[in-house]
Design a protein around this ligand. Structure first.
Ligand code: GDP
Length: 194
C-alpha cells in the first residue's frame, strides 16, 4: 500500500477518547522497546510519526494513527515494564484487556517480540490470553537484522514451540534495517481491509 496520508489522531488515556470514525484498527502489542514505533514508521515510510524512544515505558498511552483515511494503527502501551508502578500496570492491563475484548473495530493484532530472544513470560502470557479470546495475533519477530540468516530459522522454530503455535507461518521476522518482513506485514494488513 502506498501511504499518502499518515497522522496521529490521539494519544488516548481513557476510553472516551478513542476515535469514533469507525475505521478498522490494526493493533500493535509488545513489551517496551521491542520496536513498535519503528515498525509503524518503517511500514508507512515516515521517520518520525510514531515516537521511537530510548526511554522504555515512558509513553503509557494508546496512540491512534490514521493511515490514508482507511485504517488506524493502534500502538498500545508496552507491557512488562518493571519501572511502572504496580497500580499503574494494573490500570493499563485492564484498559488494554477491555479494549481488545470489546472494541469492534479491531481487525488485526500484531504481537511484537524480539527475534533474538526466546519469548518472555509476559510475551507468552499475552499470547495465551489473546488466543484464549480468539484474538490470535500475527507474531512479528523484531530486530531480525541482529541475528544471522542461519540462526533465523532456528529462532523461528523456538518461538513457535514456546508459544505453542501450529504453524511457523504465523511468525514474520522483521527488520527496520533490511526491510525484511515489510511486504509480508502489509499483505496481512491488506488482507483484513478488503
Ligand atoms: P517501542 O518502545 O516498542 O516503540 O520501540 P522503538 O521502536 O522505540 O525501538 C526501540 C529501539 O530498538 C530503538 O533504539 C530502535 O532504533 C531499535 N530498533 C527497532 N527496530 C529495530 C530493527 O529492526 N533493527 C535494529 N537494529 N534496531 C531496531
Amino acid at each position: 500500500m502506498k501511504v499518502t496520508k499518515a497522522e496521529i489522531v490521539i494519544s488516548a488515556v481513557a476510553e472516551h477518547q478513542y476515535p469514533v470514525d469507525n475505521l478498522p484498527e490494526i493493533v500493535l502489542l509488545g513489551r517496551s522497546n521491542v520496536g513498535k514505533s519503528s515498525f509503524v514508521n518503517t511500514l508507512i515510510e515516515r521517520r518520525g510519526l510514531a515516537r521511537t524512544s530510548s526511554q522504555p515505558g515512558k509513553t503509557q498511552t494508546m496512540n491512534f494513527y490514521r493511515i490514508n483515511d482507511l485504517f488506524h494503527f493502534v500502538d498500545m502501551p508496552g507491557y512488562g515494564y518493571a519501572k511502572v508502578s504496580k497500580t499503574e500496570r494494573e490500570k493499563w492491563g485492564k484498559m488494554i484487556e477491555k479494549y481488545l475484548r470489546q472494541r469492534e473495530n479491531v481487525a488485526l493484532i500484531f504481537q511484537l517480540m524480539d527475534a533474538r530472544h526466546e519469548p518472555s513470560e509476559d510475551d507468552r502470557l499475552m499470547h495465551e490470553w489473546l488466543s484464549y479470546y480468539g484474538l490470535t495475533p500475527v507474531i512479528i519477530g523484531t530486530k531480525a537484522d541482529k541475528i544471522s540468516r542461519t540462526n533465523q530459522k532456528k529462532s523461528i522454530n523456538q518461538m513457535a514451540k514456546k508459544l505453542d503455535l501450529r504453524d511457523t507461518r504465523e511468525i514474520i521476522f522483521f527488520s527496520t534495517e533490511t526491510k525484511a518482513g515489510k511486504e509480508e506485514a502489509w499483505n496481512r494488513i491488506e488482507s483484513v481491509l478488503e
